[in-house]
Design a protein around this ligand. Structure first.
Ligand SMILES: Cc1cc2nc3c(=O)[nH]c(=O)nc-3n(C[C@H](O)[C@H](O)[C@H](O)COP(=O)(O)O)c2cc1C
Length: 133
């Protein structure tokens, strides 16, 4: 299955997992505004906990060219870091979407919300894994 990995990583941990997948293409989700630690801890945690998206730079790829899309992001305040929520909004219908969330504790609290968004986009959740960094 032709696979695209889309990841956001502020500190580099999630990037390592994205690159280790062996996907045909691996692209970074780049927020349009720089994310310093204070922004991540304040605004980022609120956005992540509420499932909100941050604007990201346009992706230099056609998502329709891939059958499977793997989305990866760190966990912030129990939710996926907001660039992952931006990627969810770009999903074309009919894809299998796998989610990998990387965190210090190895647990997220946003599985159902992400699953609902994937379904709303006409895609299917293949797998959802919490990874302890
Ligand atoms: C703003 C912020 C919030 C975080 N919130 C959580 C959390 O709720 N639970 C947890 O286990 N780890 C939390 N972490 C730790 C990160 O999820 C963990 O360090 C992750 O590996 C970072 O990935 P990255 O290096 O790709 O950015 C948080 C880190 C940051 C910067």
């Amino acid at each position: 299955m032709k696979t695209l990995a889309l990841y956001y990583s502020r500190g580099g941990h999630t990037k390592k997992y994205a690159e280790a997948l062996g996907a045909e293409a691996v692209l970074e989700l780049v927020p349009t505004r720089r994310v310093g630690i204070l922004k991540a801890l304040a605004l980022g945690c609120i956005a992540a906990a509420r499932g909100r998206a941050w604007r990201i730079e346009p992706l230099d790829v056609n998502l329709s060219d891939f059958e499977r899309i793997v989305l990866l992001a760190p966990v912030w305040a129990g939710g996926a870091a907001p660039p992952l929520n931006a990627a969810l909004e770009l999903l074309p219908p009919g894809k299998t979407v796998d989610v990998r969330l990387v965190s210090a504790g190895g647990k997220s609290a946003c599985r159902e919300r992400i699953k609902a968004k994937i379904t709303e986009r006409g895609c299917a959740l293949g797998s959802f894994e919490d990874i302890k960094a």
